[in-house]
Design a protein around this ligand. Structure first.
Ligand code: MTE
Ligand code: MO
Length: 506
């Protein structure tokens, strides 16, 4: 396993057996388990999965050592089974190829040889220790080592070997992860973003509600939520990246990164949201994206009549199904290369991703995108569709109270509430608050950057000492009120009202 990781780190991180097994685990678990993992570990869910796998690997290593010691080749069988599982996992991955397969087999063979060698060494050591040492005087104070019976010492050494293997796997995993990222980081560092042909409209000063501690209007890249199924960030070299437009088109189109840089690019603020975001949750962020409108690329290819979906595919095989209409209706759906003035961060899809105003990420925002297949919803299914999520995922109008923050008591008198509300591509028309389920009171709504972004709002309420329940609701610019019925994220986005409790002290 360690060797597999090492070799994978050298050749390609996506070939790594651990990543393959992890990826297969992510694909195989029911959506409920995945949601649970995201809920419990948050965006550290992948670290948790890798840590869990490292534990399992370590367990297998110790088990292999113990049974091999008892019976020759028994441990080898354990390693073999583990190797087969790894091979199976590699085979189910989108990037399965001959290299990845031979890597898994080679790793297993080397592991068996190493195991034999280590166990033989331990056995020899053990039997030596069991023989009485002729040079030793029968002193009444024997050393701890001599007093320990050989089998115990052997067991100890085996455990030690297991522990070492565990540490090594963990260390090498981390190194492989960082090593792969470093190579692409360097390529990213050399990317010079061109000036946009159409710059993002300046953010009006009136877009700031002026509330201390409120969520910033534009989310810094480092704070932007990250959601994807990729265990190790796909390492996509912009020099060899191509985007293919295929399927129901008059002409297939191929686009290189250099081609893309030479296009008239537009820059727009768009608020991206995850379908898994709970009411009041933070799987949402607003960034200034630089990219080329997808509709212009599609126009080059010429979608054929009857097509109604674009299946976008990432370098690691993940797919999203976006209505063709949404990509052609004039909104700023972008093949994005820039995020807040920088090339896309690796974990946000470097070198190129999709950003589509108005749709949840799982049906639109493909990172590390390499293919757009013009097709029909009747003919193709995207990654999350058979896993319990709706085929279509328009973002639901929602609102959040950011201030006052998390259960901190506030002083009686005028209490300032503030937060954000969003209805991407429609825009927010009104935000209201209510206290203890009383009458709705209209909040002061700041100007939106655009209809594709969230809006800040604020409202001061006079509150005397006591406990209060505060709720918020938004109405979009078409007059549709946020759905107040509480529903979970699956299958197409949570609904309900963000509700906070405020403790007002004298
Ligand atoms: N390649 C790839 N792209 C993907 C995903 C993924 O799993 N793989 N997840 C999508 C989902 S569910 C969301 S919410 C957004 C999140 O984008 P971010 O991580 O940049 O915030 O990416 C989308 N793009
Ligand atoms: Mo998502």
């Amino acid at each position: 396993m360690v060797l597999g990781e090492l070799l994978a780190a050298v050749f390609s991180p996506s070939l790594s057996p651990v990543t393959a097994v992890g990826g297969a685990v992510i694909d195989a678990v029911p959506p409920g388990v995945k949601d649970w993992a995201v809920a419990v570990f948050g965006t550290a869910d992948k670290v948790a999965l890798l840590a869990g796998m490292a534990l399992v690997i370590a367990g297998f290593a110790v088990l292999a050592g113990v049974v091999e010691d008892r019976r020759r080749y028994a441990g080898a069988a354990v390693v073999g089974v583990f190797g087969l599982a790894g091979l199976a996992a590699v085979l189910t991955r989108a990037q399965a190829n001959v290299n990845a397969m031979s890597l898994a087999v080679f790793t297993a063979v080397v592991a068996v040889v190493l195991l034999r060698f280590l166990v033989r060494m331990l056995q020899e050591w053990g039997s030596q220790a069991a023989e009485p040492d002729p040079a030793a005087t029968p002193a009444p104070t024997p050393t701890a080592a001599l007093a320990t019976p050989a089998p115990a010492r052997r067991r100890f050494l085996q455990a030690l070997a297991g522990g070492a293997a565990f540490t090594a796997v963990g260390g090498v995993l981390a190194a492989a992860w960082r090593g792969a990222a470093a190579v692409v980081s360097e390529a990213r560092g050399r990317v010079a973003l061109p000036a946009p042909a159409s710059a993002a409209p300046a953010i009006p000063a009136t877009a700031e509600a002026g509330v201390e501690d409120i969520t910033p209007l534009v989310t810094p890249n480092a704070d932007f939520y990250r959601i994807d199924t990729a265990l190790s960030v796909p390492a996509v070299d912009p020099a060899t990246w191509v985007l293919r437009v295929t399927g129901m088109v008059d002409r297939e189109v191929e686009l290189s990164f250099a081609d893309l840089l030479a296009k008239p690019l537009v820059e727009r603020h768009v608020t991206l949201a995850c379908v898994s975001n709970s009411v009041g949750g933070d799987l949402i962020g607003n960034a200034r994206w630089l990219g080329w409108p997808v509709r212009e690329l599609l126009a080059l290819a010429g979608p054929r009549p009857g097509a109604d979906m674009v299946l976008s595919r990432s370098a690691d095989g993940w797919t999203a199904g976006t209505p063709l209409e949404v990509l052609s209706d004039g909104r700023d759906a972008l093949l994005a290369i820039g995020m807040n003035g920088e090339p896309l961060p690796l974990e946000h899809g470097f070198p190129v991703r999709l950003v589509v105003p108005g749709l949840y990420g799982y049906v639109s925002a493909t990172k590390w995108v390499t293919q757009l297949k013009v097709t029909r919803f009747a003919d193709d299914v995207a990654y999350w569709t058979p896993r319990g999520w709706s085929e279509r995922g328009p973002i639901k109008t929602s609102s959040r109270i950011d201030v006052p923050r998390g259960g901190r008591p506030v002083k009686a008198g005028r209490v300032l509430f503030g937060g954000v509300a969003w209805a991407q591509h429609t825009g927010i028309g009104k935000v209201e608050l209510r206290v203890n389920r009383g009458a709705w009171q209209q909040a002061e709504l700041a100007e939106g950057i655009s209809r594709d972004t969230w809006y800040q709002w604020k409202l001061g309420l006079d509150l005397t000492e006591g406990q209060y329940e505060i709720q918020v609701r938004a109405t979009d610019l078409s007059g549709n009120v946020q759905d107040e019925q509480s529903r979970p994220a699956a299958p197409n986005g949570a609904t309900g009202l963000h509700t906070i409790r405020v403790d007002v002290k004298p």
